[in-house]
Ligand binder design. Structure first.
Ligand SMILES: Cc1ncc(COP(=O)(O)O)c(C=O)c1O
Length: 423
């Protein structure tokens, strides 16, 4: 017989505080390390040297005009919300046509839309590597790739030193030595890289990586997965990315392009073969169990790709490169004495600059107070010791704005010098 007695809980008993206490202790630990994250809203009249809107499409009249036309042209009966997962009510002829358009632009067999780059990386990496497979990944790949790998069934996940072909060769050779099924092609090896890294803006040596894989995996069981989040719109023919700039699109098993950066939109696309697309539709949980992008998002992606395909963003690509050369020269003219570590880390054609300093928060705060938005990037976003200030250029920035930023950084360096002299 079951015991049907119920012990009454007084309705006035206070809720347990232990969870909330644990949460606030975790926040305090971050606070103590100056690593607590906070949401901020920027004042309107500041100059943007921070966002990933590299082509300034976010405020472009050409972009807005075309986007509004797409919205207006939609019939009244056309639902703006997708209404469900792509696999249920969330699919549309419009989404499928957009995928064909994007695949053609990127010279890929097929394309599959995801709600974000995060979802795309999680969906691909959690599902495509098969049990026992090996993943070799660059030490600086994005958090979303780590999240996908964490969920994956791959037997091994091995990190190699950042953008080092020699490091990839060593890591791959070790796997081959340890496991004959890697050498004989029974196990698959995935090489996971970005084409441009989000924090330092450096371009990956993709051709060198291909050479390593060709040398060591003669059975063609090496599969590249490249994340082009930061190159989309900015690098390559009409902004198609680094892979197409190098002409190696046929060597990439999967490419991920995201729309939330230079394309001023939202979402991402996975470029791959038809079998892989069908597999993702069946197994990628971040695609299956979520509401698909609604029409306004699809229309904004369409707008961005039409501008790219028509060549309307080429002048913006050229302009951003002019500004990159200008900022590069101006930053290298800054004078810093011993009182504060200050180094400019920059890959020649990249719109992302890293200012290495021992006081990143102070430098970013000083520039922000003076109306220039640049950001300190601190652990846990990047490893300890790699703190920096990140500066991003946009085609809409002006030489005068660059001058203002550089003068402001110089004033800060001068103040540091003065302070240390007074100690
Ligand atoms: C390299 C890289 N991949 C993926 C993502 C995620 O893309 P999304 O913002 O569309 O989720 C980001 C964004 O920060 C990124 O920098």
């Amino acid at each position: 017989m079951s015991d049907s007695r119920v012990i009454p809980v007084p309705s006035s008993s206070p809720p347990s505080q232990s969870l909330v206490n644990a949460l606030s202790r975790a926040l305090s630990r971050r606070e103590a390390k100056s690593a607590r994250r906070r949401l901020t809203v920027l004042p309107q009249e500041t100059v943007d040297f921070s966002s990933n809107d590299f082509l300034s499409l976010g405020t472009s009249p050409a972009y807005r005009g075309r986007f509004m036309t797409h919205l207006k042209n939609a019939p009244d009966s056309f639902p703006f919300a997708s209404g469900g997962s792509r696999l249920l009510d969330g699919n549309s002829a419009y989404a499928e046509e957009l995928e064909r358009f994007v695949a053609d632009f990127h010279q890929a067999p097929t394309a599959l839309l995801f709600n974000s780059g995060f979802d795309a990386n999680v969906g691909v990496l959690s599902s495509v590597p098969q049990p026992g497979d090996v993943i070799l990944y660059d030490e600086l790949i994005h958090a979303s790739a780590h999240e996908g790998m964490r969920l994956s069934r791959a037997g091994k996940r091995i990190m190699f030193p950042h953008s080092s072909a020699a490091g990839l060769r060593d890591a791959l050779q070790t796997q081959i030595n340890e496991d004959p099924s890697v050498r004989n092609g029974t196990k698959n090896v995935f090489i996971v890289v970005e084409s441009i890294y989000s924090m330092d803006g450096d371009v990956a040596p993709i051709r060198d990586f291909i050479q390593v894989v060709d040398d060591l995996l003669p059975h063609q069981n090496g599969y590249f997965m490249v994340d082009e989040a930061h190159s989309t719109g900015v690098f390559g023919p009409r902004g198609a990315g680094v892979v197409q700039e190098l002409g190696v699109q046929d060597r990439m098993f999967i490419r991920v392009h995201t729309f939330g950066k230079a394309l001023a939109s939202h979402g991402a696309v996975v470029l791959c073969g038809q079998e892989t697309k069908d597999y993702l539709i069946n197994y990628a949980r971040s695609l299956i169990y979520t509401t698909a992008l609604g029409f306004p998002f699809l229309a904004s992606i369409r707008t961005a790709y039409e501008l790219l395909a028509n060549g309307e963003t080429e002048s913006l690509q050229v302009r951003v490169q002019e500004l990159i050369r200008h900022l590069h020269t101006r930053l290298h003219s800054l004078r810093a004495d011993q009182s504060v570590l200050f180094e400019v880390d920059h890959f020649p054609t990249s719109p992302i600059f890293s200012l290495r300093t021992s006081k990143p928060r102070q430098l970013a705060a000083f520039c922000q107070r003076n109306g220039f938005i640049i950001r300190a990037i601190m652990p846990p976003t990047i490893p300890e010791g790699k703190e920096r200030v990140r500066v991003c250029l946009h085609s809409g920035n002006t030489e005068a704005e660059i001058e203002g930023l550089v003068q402001t950084i110089q004033s800060w360096l001068d103040q540091c010098e003065l302070r240390s002299a007074n100690l």
